[in-house]
Ligand binder design. Structure first.
Ligand code: ADP
Length: 578
């Protein structure tokens, strides 16, 4: 925009300069025209003073006329004689006769004429008199310059006219026609008007005229008028004008090139300013970005220092701007969880090793014992049975680990189907009845039959078997276990309640962790327990979208509650109002 505006201003300046050049050109032409006109007139006036009367027929000889001139006027040192015409004006009789007879012709010595005519402006001269005498310069050859006498009033003493005139087809001249109504004694014609510019006239200043004896403009008495014409070839003036036009065109070209140069300079300056602004802006942006990114760099450095041995984010909140604080806090929490997960993994590896080592050690010990000496077939059989039991336990643990691995990987999908939950519960009780009998625990089912739902029966069975197994396992002799099915607010409530050893309040939240076992329970459990049962229960409950809760009191017993939101197809005990 700045460029456009500057360009407009420069364009305006250029057009003003062009106008000025044109005006200067016109002024120069006019001045030159005026100067030439003034010079023409001055030459005409000079010529008027140089008119020489020459007697070429014998009435008055040159000497006589010279003598007459000497008598009536101061002697003139020039080569011509001026006739004191003014002296003759008042005395028509003798003087006029004398004059007429003495002045039949006009002639000039060309050499004298050239030295006298200052400026050399005019090339063509023509003098016409009232008494039909005339003189033409040689340059006119056969041409002549006609005078329109109507433009000269008879009683005018001194008058001149300028005019452009065609002398021939190819020759156009500028002329001045000067009418001098009397011959003056000596070079006494008035000086030509000063040129229009106030400059001095060219040529010598004429001396002041002598007082005319009769200068009455209305005087119609004898006035021997002469018409002097000076002219120059207009082609010469046109050449001069052409040089002025060339000067003007050169000036305009100079202005145009200056304009172009100015525009280019301005464009370069704008480009430099733009470049500078761009670089400065880029530098400032870079600097701002660096300052803005400094806390991020700090955070990045702190994050890069984290490793598997050190999960602490080594940076304080004060070192960070407000915008990054939430990120750092969230990162710290995530690292905390990661640290715990990492520790759990380590613990799990240790637990798995430990859990597998126990049955493996037992099996090795049995095998060593069997190989120590030769035994009876019965003894070998008994030892093999022990080994098989150890293998079964290991197989069970590995199966549970695989189940958890499948859950983690999402490879154990929800497989819903229609089934009777009451039947499933009865089956589970039947499965655990032998163990309950062994432990002396009473196993009871509460709830109506024919409870048909749409869910995953395999996973529900696994949940119930694990919960019932624990309830029997961690019970007291003569204790009891209840499996209850009920409906509440559209949900199916499954409760496994025992009056066994119970769980410490501080451990209650940890029993769903993998490999976690309450120390006190070890005396009640068997070698097959490795702390994975409740982890599987929790994983499956989440998969079924069921709620899982436990209430327990140490020494009093525990209740595990499953809240199942499965669609109920056939509500057998709705009438009970449960
Ligand atoms: P485990 O194979 O040891 O039974 P679980 O994951 O099933 O592993 O149980 C984890 C721990 O929770 C058990 O070792 C036990 O200490 C405690 N526990 C689970 N069920 C009960 C219960 N009904 N009564 C008391 N303690 C229980």
């Amino acid at each position: 925009m700045a460029y456009r505006s500057a360009s407009r201003n420069l364009e305006g300046r250029l057009s003003l300069q062009k106008e000025l050049a044109q005006t200067t050109y016109k002024d120069r032409c006019r001045d030159e025209e005026n100067r030439l006109d003034d010079a023409l007139l001055f030459q005409a006036q000079t010529l008027a003073r140089l008119v020489q009367f020459h007697v070429d027929w014998g009435k008055l000889r040159y000497l006589d006329l010279h003598t007459l001139g000497l008598l009536t006027s101061p002697a003139n040192s020039s080569a011509y004689v001026q006739v004191p015409v003014w002296a003759l004006q008042g005395t028509r009789g003798f003087a006029f006769d004398l004059f007429r007879r003495a002045t039949p012709a006009i002639r000039f010595d060309p050499a004298e004429l050239l030295t006298r005519l200052d400026g050399q402006v005019a090339e063509f001269f023509q003098i016409d008199t009232a008494w039909n005498a005339s003189y033409k310069s040689n340059s006119l050859e056969s041409m002549s310059m006609e005078i329109n006498l109507a433009t000269f009033a008879p009683n005018e003493v001194l008058h001149w006219e300028y005019e452009d005139l065609h002398l021939s087809e190819n020759l156009k001249v500028r002329r001045v026609v000067l009418k001098a109504s009397r011959f003056l004694l000596g070079p006494t014609l008035p000086a030509p008007p000063r040129n229009r510019n106030g400059g001095p006239n060219r040529g010598p200043e004429p001396p002041p005229p002598p007082p005319p004896r009769n200068n009455n403009a209305t005087d119609t008495s004898f006035r021997p008028a002469i018409f002097i014409q000076c002219a120059y070839d207009l082609a010469k003036r046109d050449i001069l004008f052409a040089s002025f036009a060339q000067q003007r065109d050169e000036d305009i070209l100079t202005f145009a090139s200056e304009h172009k140069k100015d525009l280019e300079e301005f464009r370069s300056m704008l480009a430099a300013i733009n470049l500078f602004t761009f670089l400065a802006g880029g530098g400032i942006c870079f600097w701002l970005v660096r300052i803005g990114l400094a806390p991020l760099n700090l955070l990045t450095a702190a994050v890069s220092r984290i490793n598997e041995k050190d999960f602490n984010l080594d940076i304080t909140e004060k070192q960070l701007p407000e915008e990054l604080k939430p990120i750092a806090i969230r990162l710290g929490l995530t690292l905390d969880q990661l640290k715990k997960a990492f520790a759990r993994e380590k613990q799990a590896t240790a637990d798995i090793s430990h859990e597998l080592r126990t049955p493996l050690s037992a099996m090795l010990a049995t095998l060593d014992l069997a190989l120590r000496k030769s035994r009876s077939a019965e003894e070998y059989r008994a030892m093999l049975v022990d080994c098989r039991e150890s293998c079964t336990n290991m197989h069970k643990d590995v199966e549970r680990l695989l189940t958890l691995a499948r859950l983690d990987a999402g490879a154990d999908p929800f497989r819903p189907e229609l089934f009777d939950l009451s039947h499933l519960a009865s089956d589970c009780i039947k499965m655990l009845s032998p163990l309950a009998k062994t432990k002396g625990v009473e196993l009871l089912f509460e709830g109506e039959s024919n409870l048909e739902i749409h869910s995953d029966p395999g996973k529900l069975k696994e949940i119930l078997v694990n919960l019932l197994h624990n309830a029997v396992q961690y019970n007291k002799p003569s204790g009891s276990v209840f499996l209850r099915l009920s409906l509440r607010l559209g949900s199916i409530i499954i409760e496994v309640e025992d009056n066994g050893i119970g769980i410490e309040a501080s451990k209650k939240n940890r029993i769903f962790e993998r490999f976690f076992r309450v120390e006190a329970s070890r005396s009640h459990g068997d070698s097959t327990n490795c702390g994975l049962g409740l982890a599987i229960v929790k994983g499956y409950a989440e998969l079924l979208g069921a709620g899982l809760d436990v209430t327990s009191e140490l020494g009093q017993g525990s209740t595990f509650k499953i809240v199942l939101h499965a669609p109920l197809i056939k509500e057998a005990f709705a009438a009970t109002g449960a």
